[in-house]
Design a protein around this ligand. Sequence first.
Ligand code: MF3
Ligand code: CO
Length: 254
Amino acid sequence: MPITIKSDREIELMAEAGRILEIVHNELAKGLRPGMSTLDIDKMGEEIIRSYGCIPSFLDYNGYPASICVSVNEEVVHGIPDKSRILKDGDIVSLDAGVIYKGYHSDAARTHGIGEISEEAKKLIRVTRECFFEGIKYAKEGNHLFDISGAIGRYAGKYGYGVVRDLCGHGIGTNLHEAPEIPNYEVSRKGVMLKAGMTLAIEPMINMGGWEVDWLDDDWTVIARDHSLSAHYENTVLITESEPRLLTLTSRTE
Ligand code: MF3
Ligand code: CO
């Protein structure tokens, strides 16, 4: 599938999908408490998404059974919400969500600490977010796709962290996953030339230890093989002729 270039009308629909998803994430962040279950988070998220007239993108996507991916501690991504999985003080939790607004998708992830978390955990969360911002320094018309990948991978590498290789960022639009795939590590090829109107979900997934991962028996939950903590940070980004427009982060509150 070719990479789609969005029209001005499509960009405004994606921006609205992004703006709503930003609200969803901000509300979820405010609602997190020790003692709540990961299913409580999913219910809260689905309710907020539907209250804006949107559809949760992930629900039933390839059979995924929930609206929000909730991944705790060594879980990297795609954790399945569960009423018996209770968050406790000191946990870190990655929340990944997507909404569909008038047929257009947005996709974003944030990692949060529950109560008091260790300094190392705080650093992992901070650096994972910084990886995203390092990557988007190159997210501009005329640069190559893998400029973004290399910047993310090198930045994580400076801290000795493991960059997950089995999952990538992706194009996004009328489908949750569109071309191109966006690795979070340095590759020797250059990748396609970026053009204004491309919309990309850029999403570093970073382990405190090694990069290797395993899938659990549910065939969704991805965990760090060495059980080290893992963080995830993602925004839907519009490529322009100048600075990228962050569709899922219009006001930097966190
Ligand atoms: N944000 C993730 C991604 O980009 C989650 C989608 S997987 C789903 O791939 F199955 F839960 F939808
Ligand atoms: Co994504």
